[in-house]
Design a protein around this ligand. Structure first.
Ligand code: DP6
Length: 358
């Protein structure tokens, strides 16, 4: 595997300390679906960083007593030992090892919790892997302090090796990831904030997440990404993502909340169409997902308000809307849409500013 020499640190003696980071989830507007090599995206993507749905992770580090094969770590999730997470964490450590070789010299006591229910079907890999990447990188930062830009760039790079979408959770209010002509400085290696020219309307956007089906997903994102390798529509899709990035960029700059709707909804439906066109095919939407999508369209026609939907790799629906339209939309969600959520549950979130050291 080709290495990126920019992110390889100098060796240093093991340290003792503790660091805690909270890192948010994110919701993609242009979707990452398909990857190659070591966690590199087949197409560019861009997301809103969220605010309330986050993972809080403490990493306590100390010199490792006995050197040996493998990694020395404990992992507590919500205060409990969770061996089920160990293989994922080990795979992550293995991938970041060339860029964080000091993890082999330390014992890491990691303790993590989410602010949202683990079973909610909300992607926790983005917040979880980004929080862990930030905790690990803090060890290196203690030895050799980095400027803010270099720190966040490397944090995004490491987070990507844990989960692609995690690369986009480090900063806010929007992050783009993947090389594309419309975004200068864009890279497949790490995500970058889209900030300077973002219209203010998008810095306070709301995202209400309807928890339609809180069960375990039938097909993981990792399996879904791999199925893009033989998907006959993949080349056209990857090209479309570049076009959508370009179009969305000008919408985000001009604050055109009307033009935002068809583009974002097309991305969500395309993602699920790609799943249905995979071999084997799979469907992650639930009948209630479709009912909600139709109701959103009717509501828009009746009211002229700028409510739109997007989907991630599951049955839940993310409802995006401008903050100034919050009141009538919140009423609509409560009276008309909550009935289609499992146990009437939904989460009110909004665009946020990224990860924070606690
Ligand atoms: C549909 O980042 O969860 O949410 O890299 O295999 O961990 P891995 O996949 P993951 O995929 C996210 C897919 C998506 C779209 C997106 O967030 O862009």
């Amino acid at each position: 595997m080709k290495r990126n020499n920019d992110f390889i640190p100098n060796a240093f003696d093991p340290l003792t300390g503790k660091t805690t980071w909270e890192s948010p989830s994110n919701i993609a507007l242009v979707k990452y679906w398909g990857k190659y090599g070591q966690q590199l995206p087949s197409n560019p993507s861009i997301s809103f960083t969220l605010s309330h749905c986050k993972t809080i992770t403490e990493v306590a580090f100390s010199p490792r007593e006995k050197q040996g094969d493998g990694f020395s770590f404990d992992f507590l999730f919500e205060g409990k030992e969770t061996p089920a997470f160990h293989p994922k964490i080990e795979a992550f450590f293995e991938r970041i090892l060339p860029y964080a070789p000091y993890i082999k010299d330390h014992h890491l006591a990691i303790s993590s919790k989410n602010t949202f229910p683990h079973s909610s079907g909300i992607a926790s890999s983005a917040s979880g892997m980004s929080a862990m990447a930030l905790g690990i990188l803090s060890i290196e930062h203690l030895n050799n302090p980095m400027d803010e830009d270099s720190f966040y760039k490397k944090a995004s790079f490491l987070a990507r090796l844990g989960s692609g979408s995690a690369a986009r959770s480090i900063q806010g209010p929007m992050m783009s990831w993947g090389k594309t002509a419309a975004f200068s400085g864009s890279s497949d290696d790490f995500a970058s904030p889209f900030a300077e020219t973002l219209h203010p309307v998008f810095t306070t956007y709301k995202d209400t997440i309807l928890l339609i089906d809180q069960g375990q997903k039938k097909v993981s994102s990792t399996v879904g990404h791999n199925l893009m390798k033989n998907n006959p529509y993949a080349p056209a899709r990857f090209e479309q993502a570049h076009t959508h990035m370009k179009q969305l960029k000008s919408i985000l700059e001009s604050g055109d909340v009307q033009a935002f709707i068809p583009l974002v909804e097309s991305e969500a439906l395309t993602l699920h169409a790609l799943m249905m066109a995979s071999q084997p095919a799979f469907i992650l939407m639930h009948p209630n997902t479709l009912t909600v999508l139709n109701k959103v369209e009717e509501f828009r026609q009746d009211t002229g308000l700028h409510l739109c939907f997007t989907l991630d790799a599951g049955a839940n629906v993310h409802l995006l809307y401008p903050q100034e339209e919050e009141q009538p939309i919140a009423h609509f969600i409560k009276t008309e849409l909550a009935a289609f959520c499992q146990e009437r549950q939904y989460i009110d979130d909004e665009v946020g500013t990224g990860a924070k050291k606690v």
